[in-house]
Design a protein around this ligand. Structure first.
Ligand code: IPM
Ligand code: MN
Length: 351
């Protein structure tokens, strides 16, 4: 297969972990006879520094014309404590999601047998955890009208959802549930929020189209609690943008390291694949960041093209590295810590 991949390394550890994913993907391409053309483009603080905006038109062109986007991370501390900064790297991410129509953010949480004791939760609570959040990504409070009034003393962010937006996300959720254990949890706050009542009513109306799927409806606060009590009781969860942002960070630490969890953002045309850990500025350039989440994101990308064997080969290499202790310092636990690049080299050599 000929693949044309937009490569958005971004900020912080983004470029380092992306380099490793490229290396491992190229090893896959070589082994399975594919041809990947990587098209690098600017995003995030790196793009603000270079051209004054975090998601330049030139980058959008590259993404739109690609078969998929592989994304590192964005964010820089110089913007975090400056609420008055006129342009922020995160605006680029939101603009990109909207412009590319990436409405469904797929964030899995699974455990690795070799890492069960690295989790902050007890082994017996997390064993067998294999869940997926589908987070709505282009609506809700992130994109509603926002502003100030009363001379700046009052601020507001509106949360708006349409039935169509809920339906397209829920449809993906039902379809995913059908390929797994046929359990779907709709996460909302329908006891308080009108948008949540629209979510619940819309999902309820879709149940008849998927008679085999068992749907539960749970409030977001209760889900936050059950996620740390019995994460292995969940399978597919669907939720709106802000709830999904928060719960997927919570879920990501269950596996033992945030540096392991991949994600995909699916649109009607193009889809994007990225690690969920963010730009981790303190580690920038130190060759200590864990590249595995980015490698696993690339595995999701191959699987999304229907290249299941290729994706599996990448996952197997990661599992093998974990078992062999070829890991970065976040997982080394007092043992030998390998560098980002060394882990990448090892994975590529083990494809
Ligand atoms: C994420 C991030 C983003 C979000 C930020 C960087 C805008 O936290 O991808 O989860 O809130 O969606
Ligand atoms: Mn987040």
């Amino acid at each position: 297969m000929k693949l044309n991949i937009a490569l958005l390394a971004g900020d912080g550890i983004g470029p380092e972990v992306i380099d490793q994913a490229v290396k491992v993907s190229d090893a896959i391409a070589q082994k399975f006879g594919h041809e990947i053309t990587w098209k690098p483009a600017l995003t995030g603080a790196a793009a603000i520094d270079a051209v004054g905006e975090p998601y330049p038109d030139a980058t959008h062109e590259v993404c739109k014309n690609a078969d998929a986007v592989l994304f590192g991370a964005i964010g820089h501390p110089k913007y975090d404590n400056d609420p008055s900064a006129p342009v922020r790297p995160e605006q680029g991410l939101l603009k990109m999601r909207k412009a590319l129509g990436l409405f469904a953010n797929v964030r899995p949480t699974f455990t690795f047998p070799s890492l069960l004791d690295k989790s902050p939760l007890k082994r017996e609570r997390i064993e067998g955890t294999d869940l997926v959040f589908l987070r709505e990504l282009t609506g809700g409070i992130y994109f509603g009208e926002k502003g100030r009034r009363d001379n700046g003393d009052t601020a507001f962010d509106n949360c708006v959802y349409t039935r169509a937006e809920v339906q397209r996300l829920a449809k993906k959720g039902f379809e995913l549930a059908m390929t797994r254990s046929k359990k779907l949890c709709c996460v909302d706050k329908a006891n308080v929020l009108e948008t949540s009542r629209l979510w619940r009513e819309t999902v309820q109306a879709m149940e008849k189209d998927y008679p085999e799927v068992t749907v539960s409806y749970e409030f977001v606060d209760a889900v936050a609690m059950r996620l740390v009590q019995w994460p292995n009781s969940y399978d597919v969860l669907i939720t709106e943008n802000l709830f999904g942002d928060i719960l997927t960070d919570e879920a990501s630490v269950i596996s033992g390291s945030m540096g392991l969890m991949p994600s995909a953002s699916m649109g009607a045309e193009v889809s994007l694949f990225e690690p969920i850990h963010g730009s981790y500025p303190q580690a920038t350039g130190l060759n200590i960041a864990n590249p595995m989440a980015t490698v696993l994101s690339a595995a999701m990308m191959f699987e999304n093209f229907g290249l299941m064997e290729e994706g599996k080969a990448m996952r197997d290499a990661v599992n093998k590295a974990l078992e062999a202790g070829v890991v970065t310092e976040d997982l080394a636990d007092g043992g030998k810590a390998y560098g980002t690049k060394e882990v990448g080299d090892w994975l590529a050599a083990n494809i």
